[in-house]
Design a protein around this ligand. Sequence first.
Ligand code: SF4
Length: 190
Amino acid sequence: MTITPSHIIQYLYCPRFTFFEYVLAIPQYEEKNYKVIRGRDLHNEKLEQNKQYLRKKIGVKEKHLDQYLTNGLLRGKVDEVLLLEDGTMSPLDYKFAEYKDKIYDTYKTQLYCYAWLIEENFGKKVKKGFIVYTRSKHKLIEVEVTESDLDKIKKCALEIQLIIDNNFFPKATKYKKRCLDCTYKNICIK
Ligand code: SF4
């Protein structure tokens, strides 16, 4: 089984989510515990103009749209893979969302996952990624991507694989508040 950015996001919320959902196959009925807000596909002329403008602002030399990428362990679909003037590459993700002065950790995690996929598939370094908030007049936010961000994502992917392949029961999240409205709270030993 290949892992998706959603698995990584769930794992980071609580490693036991992975166990309950993918080892015991108990579905979670509530999505509110972790937020993966997908960008909605909006195809119109205005949007295309905005996209061109943003790529120019970033200094894009080459673009690859809607890339389904995998590295054997992780898979994901990146809205845009951009080659920048300094020879590095960047993922760009459109969010059908408003920018509220804070970048959700889930958004950052998605970008780190894409960065790892891009580095392995295109053989280029990724130092930053971009998020476009389509409901805030296409506000463009740059997110730094460091080696330690990538190491963290790689470590998570390996741990998820260990849980799923070896039925390994992982430790609980250290943030006990998360257990309060967790969908698995009645079956989980805390
Ligand atoms: S109850 Fe707490 S420890 Fe158990 S799965 Fe939910 S968040 Fe994780």
